[in-house]
Design a protein around this ligand. Structure first.
Ligand code: AMP
Length: 191
């Protein structure tokens, strides 16, 4: 088992339409605080991001928000919960900072920003830029269509079964954190 000091969580800056999304975000935050796993996140106060950050912070956990200068405005930071807020130059520095601070990655339900972040870190893993685990919290099947697309990529010869298998998923919060703590699997070189 790997020890998880901090985990980056990518998630919607909106709440979504299904209460299960916020219920699971709260559960995850509480469980991270309980296990002493710090949260690295996008730093904002809105949507599932805000719910998750408050759940970790309110339960005594570490929360590091990482915001590009242009997003350091009251609409984003008012009432946001963090033990540390890092202001960085731009989105690229933000993602690099979030990735390097974290021992693993989770995506909760979200929109295009969430999908971009989780697919980027998954792509980097495929190329061996890091060997940290990646998991989808599949609240009420939110990620089913994404998972089906990854399976489609395997079937059509664009993704190796090994690379597919490193993308973990579960709709159970405890299981997600256990999956992230597993020893990372070896991947054959894609080059
Ligand atoms: P989305 O899923 O499109 O709502 O985008 C969420 C992701 O994009 C988060 O993980 C953040 O890193 C970033 N993001 C999008 N909107 C905001 C916002 N209002 N404040 C802070 N980060 C944001």
């Amino acid at each position: 088992m790997k020890s998880l000091k901090r985990v980056a969580v990518f998630c919607g800056s909106s709440l979504g339409t299904d209460e299960q999304f916020t219920t699971d975000a709260k559960k995850l935050g509480i469980e991270m605080a309980k296990r002493g796993i710090g949260l690295v996140y996008g730093g904002g106060n809105k949507g599932i991001m805000g719910i998750l950050a408050h759940a970790v912070y309110d339960n005594g956990g570490e929360v590091i928000g990482v915001l590009p200068e242009a997003m350091n405005v009251p609409q984003v930071t008012d009432n946001s919960a963090h033990t540390e807020l890092r202001i960085v130059k731009d989105m690229h520095e933000r993602k690099n900072t979030m990735y390097s601070l974290s021992d693993g990655f989770i995506a909760l339900p979200g929109g295009i920003g969430t999908i971009e972040e989780i697919t980027e870190i998954y792509t980097w893993r495929q190329f061996g830029y890091h060997d940290k685990n990646i998991a989808l919290l599949n609240s009420n099947g939110f990620w089913n269509s994404f998972i089906a697309q990854m399976d489609n990529c395997v079937d059509l010869g664009f993704l190796s079964p090994e690379a597919r298998n490193i993308l973990k998923s579960s709709d159970v919060v405890d299981e997600i954190l256990d999956l992230l703590a597993m020893e990372p699997e070896e991947l054959p070189s894609k080059l």
